[in-house]
Design a protein. Structure first.
Length: 305
């Protein structure tokens, strides 16, 4: 899951600066038990289905849940997560015309999936969501995607979150703490502010970019695929700019590109994309080195000033 605490930062996500693909990096964090989709063997690929939760879909109350395996705690959804889902409330923040907002959202989501699939052995397949309540034991297979995406009002203590992404199956947390039917699901907080900024990437660190929907979806999908927030302590200069990092300096530039740490983490789980990047892509990536170094220098200068 992901939690963004407002006591230090507003409802924003981690923005990372562009890094060289293939650069050695180890500052990534996998969830406890190293959960992933597909075969649980690290480094093996997976095909993952996803679906958009229809507006009006409610959250299954704990009292309505079937008995869970011994040693599993019931996840008290109703304590902080209520329905119904309302993705349209996000669309209208992206454009005054909900239909246009839906197109912006879907385009951003498609690019977010493509961002992870470009560097790892992952295939994503959309299916139609049946509208079963969140946490329903039958919300899987042909009824709902492995990753279900909706928008619910999140309340205390998660009202500070712009998004909440559950980890994949197989992790220790879901066996002992969370309801296993929500593995990989993503809830956007429709009480938060969302926006869409034109352009692909912006190295201007002069101002923040609150909850850019594409970058936020990339971050939340990282959680749904098995990546946590890297630890802040002991990171080398610049490593805190990974898209999965949440902390000081994470929101200074518009970020929709994976950093080396993000790539190292997702490839540890699923292996690299077996289809090599075209020469043009390698040219673009290698040409980004100067941009990455410039952003890092500007970031460091602001910290030291």
């Amino acid at each position: 899951m992901t939690i963004r605490h407002k006591q230090h930062w507003p409802k924003v996500f981690c923005l990372a600066c562009l890094a060289l693909y293939g650069q050695s990096a180890a500052a990534y964090l996998l969830f406890e038990g190293q959960p992933k989709w597909g075969d649980f063997t690290l480094g093996t690929g997976a095909t993952v289905t996803w679906s958009l939760i229809p507006d009006g879909t409610d959250v299954l109350r704990t009292a309505d849940l079937p008995s869970l395996p011994a040693g599993t705690n019931e996840f008290l959804f109703q304590d902080f997560w209520s329905g119904p889902s309302n993705l349209t409330s996000i669309y209208t923040q992206l454009d005054s015309n909900p239909a246009n907002g839906a197109l912006i959202f879907r385009s951003a989501l498609t690019r977010a999936f493509a961002t992870w699939a470009a560097v790892a052995d992952l295939q994503f397949v959309e299916i139609v969501d049946s509208g079963l309540p969140m946490a329903h034991p039958d919300a899987s297979g042909t009824n709902a995607g492995d990753i279900r995406i909706g928008a619910f009002p999140l309340t205390d203590p998660f009202d500070c979150c712009a998004g909440f992404g559950f980890e994949p199956p197989g992790g220790t947390n879901f066996r002992t703490t969370w309801n296993p039917t929500t593995t990989g699901d993503i809830s956007l907080n429709n009480l938060a502010f969302f926006s869409h900024f034109p352009g692909l990437q912006d190295g201007d660190a002069s101002g923040g970019f609150p909850n850019d929907i594409e970058g936020l979806l990339i971050h939340e999908l990282g959680h749904a695929l098995g990546l946590g927030h890297p630890e802040a302590d002991g990171l080398s200069p610049g490593e805190e700019l990974a898209i999965m990092y949440v902390g000081a300096g994470c929101c200074d530039a518009l970020q929709r590109t994976l950093a080396a740490d993000d790539i190292a983490g997702i490839q540890a789980l699923y292996g690299p994309n077996p289809i090599p990047l075209p020469t043009s892509a390698w040219s673009f990536i290698s040409g980004a080195i100067a941009i990455s170094l410039l952003i890092r220098r500007r970031h460091d200068n602001r910290i030291n000033s």
